[in-house]
Design a protein. Structure first.
Length: 94
């Protein structure tokens, strides 16, 4: 996966952040289904705003959770790839 790739949310997806303070909780409404992302997934979703590279998102997640970048890289890459496969995220840099 291109770590310099910049991802953005699909414009047709209805979503909202119902989290409080520094604890995001994103709810997605896709094709009459509701999906709730966990805290880490919500953070990734919120950063997929067309301004952050995948590498930048990984670095942010590692910093927020005081984890090594190597530990979170595959999880974030897999999550973003899954959402991109579902067409919920789009690689804006291609």
């Amino acid at each position: 996966m291109d770590l310099m790739g910049i991802y953005t949310r699909q414009v047709d997806i209805v979503w909202r952040d119902e989290g409080e303070g520094s604890n995001p909780r994103v709810i997605l409404m896709v094709t009459d289904m509701i999906h709730q992302l966990n805290e880490v997934g919500s953070r990734v979703w919120l950063m997929c705003d067309g301004n952050n590279s995948l590498n930048g998102i990984i670095e942010n997640i590692a910093k927020v959770y005081d984890a090594k970048k190597e530990v979170v890289t595959s999880d974030v890459e897999n999550f973003v790839a899954d959402l991109a496969d579902k067409k919920w995220l789009v690689n804006a840099s291609t």
